[in-house]
Design a binder for this molecule. Structure first.
Ligand code: URA
Length: 204
């Protein structure tokens, strides 16, 4: 491997991305993670969904959005009339950042440097898939796509044109729905989340 990571050859296909992520040393997060977690979905996907980073279960399984947040996402996609198997689902950061808390591993939000380092992989996925719409779940995904930290609640749902001609749309992260304490707030937030997904579906 090169001492200068940016001298690394650009991935030519999704298999290169997958192997590159496993070997990635662009930031220190690989050290405490079980494995890298790449996106998955059809190469022909017109919609790409970008989360923050793998969670505990994703880190163990090596697959994006298979844990609790993934269950929320799957149900909301189904209600919005989007078939997850048509979507390329990935994350801004490919390794699980966490800290020990007793026997559990608690999620830690990746910092701007880690997001920037991992853009190499997200940009590669976007270049290879060429989605029409990229849906960012939460502020970290927004930062990775826009290069600035968005105000998700103000900017959600409004299309933003990206330099490659694709359209970014921001919405909340499904984990936010899981964290809301009371049922009324949760069901209203869920309704708005599904509304954002349905608006994306109508753009496709
Ligand atoms: N949260 C994310 O942002 N991505 C995952 O893959 C799982 C949980």
């Amino acid at each position: 491997h090169s001492a200068r990571p940016d001298a690394e050859a650009m991935p030519e296909n999704l298999d290169d991305v997958a192997s590159g992520v496993q070997a990635c040393r662009r930031c220190p997060l690989y050290r405490d993670a079980t494995q890298g977690v790449c996106g998955e979905g059809p190469k022909s996907a017109r919609l790409m969904i970008v989360g923050e980073q793998p969670g505990d279960q994703e880190d163990l399984a090596g697959r994006a959005f298979i844990g609790p947040a993934g269950q929320v996402l799957n149900a909301a996609l189904a209600e919005a009339g989007i078939d997850r198997s048509d979507v390329y689902v990935t994350n801004a950061v490919k390794h699980f950042k966490h800290e020990p808390r007793g026997k559990r591993r608690l999620h830690k939000t990746p910092n701007a440097g880690e997001v920037q380092a991992c853009r190499w992989w997200l940009d590669s996925e976007r270049r290879l898939i060429k989605p029409q719409v990229v849906l960012a779940l939460g502020a970290t995904a927004g930062l990775a796509l826009l290069g600035r930290k968005p105000a998700v609640m103000q900017e959600r749902g409004a299309p933003i044109e990206l330099s490659d001609g694709s359209t970014a749309v921001l919405t909340v992260h499904p984990s936010y729905l899981l964290r809301l304490p009371d049922e009324a707030a949760k069901s209203e937030a869920r309704r708005l989340f599904i509304e954002d997904l349905a608006a994306v579906q109508r753009r496709m």
